[in-house]
Write a protein that binds this ligand. Sequence first.
Ligand SMILES: *Cc1c(COP(=O)(O)O)cnc(C)c1O
Length: 431
Amino acid sequence: MIYKNLAVNQAGHLTFAGHDTTALAQQYGTPLMVMDEAVIRSRCREYKQAMEAYLPAGSQPLYASKALSLKRIYEIMREENMGVDVVSAGELYTAVRAGFPMENAYFHGNSKTDADIRFAMENGIGYFVCDSMDELTAINAEAARRGARQKVLLRLTPGIDPHTHEKINTGRIDCKFGAAIETGQAEELILHALSLEYIDLRGYHCHIGSQIFDHAPFCDAAILMLEFMAQIKEKHGFSAPVLNLGGGMGVPYTEADGSIDYAANIRNIGKLISETCQRLKLDPPAILMEPGRSIVADAGMTLYHVTTVKQIPGFKNYAAVDGGMADNPRFALYQAAYTVLPASRMNDARDFVCTIAGCCCESGDLIQEDVALPKPNRGDLLAVLTTGAYNYSMASNYNRIPRPPVVMLGADGPYVAVRRETLADLVGYDR
Ligand SMILES: *Cc1c(COP(=O)(O)O)cnc(C)c1O
């Protein structure tokens, strides 16, 4: 099977981290989000050990918590000595409430308000990843008001297409994030940062994309960024101690995706960085990486019960489930691929091809098309794999559907990390 923590037991049921999925569904109800805590922790360790072994001193991974933000995740990140990045006051607050050490938190986002900036400083945020001139001015003003310099990285766009590895002059440069090197705006942003009394410029950030399986696009970005850093050093005498290469390492969602070796990618990136720094006579900066998906995606699974099977002769078949775009909008948003397994009937022949439909009032509310299953019956359990990232964090109450719980499978057994929302929760904000 696609992941090592999946198996089939004697009853023909799918097991996840050693737990019978039908028993989990019975105990906690469906839809249910379950997560294998050991996968999260081992992925953190893999990044951390590889970055310490192969990258310059001071390098570390930051978990990009937009992938999945809940108190328990920040506790796990604290225990694993990871940094985190947050993109909103809400994520920041969740990290604070989990006791995460905020000096190792990085505040991202292209549209921070004055209130966001103040809230982050009040809570002792380590770094801002500053996206624009306007933001730089606002951070400087708030830092001045507080009388303390604020550490900042600047978000730059190196102009790399991660899927062709080509240097591109459009597309990336015209995206809403950061300042482009190509247009000279990155240099202007740096000079402005260096001129501001309360800005402590520590380095640069770039993020080239997501679902990248190979080290080459990261190497391309690193070369461009290091060459730019060498130019800035030569022209303006400023040598930045930190380079953040962003997130984006991939996760296999289906067998067709193949596998990925995170440590090998990091080793290759490290080799390239040390060669490039030597060539440019640059002191190697500490490297930060911001994995989100690759920390939590394959640690998660969503369990649904089938409610309805519909055959439209000559067209297609549907199996509808008791969840959908409210808990997993990724197929509706961008036709994301998923592996769907017949969790309660793993040993039956999979000879019925169908579309898995959600329960929301939208024709586009689908989980996956062309899934081969044993012809389902109402009450069968289905498992959608690889739902740990960008599912719960993107969930909504569309159609007034309560969000599912997040159940962690920990070393001492399953526990509820976030409880299921109730119908009463849904009207909790109404007057
Ligand atoms: C989304 C994002 C990440 C995480 O990307 P993944 O593909 O989930 O690893 C990291 N850094 C920034 C700035 C991002 O926007």
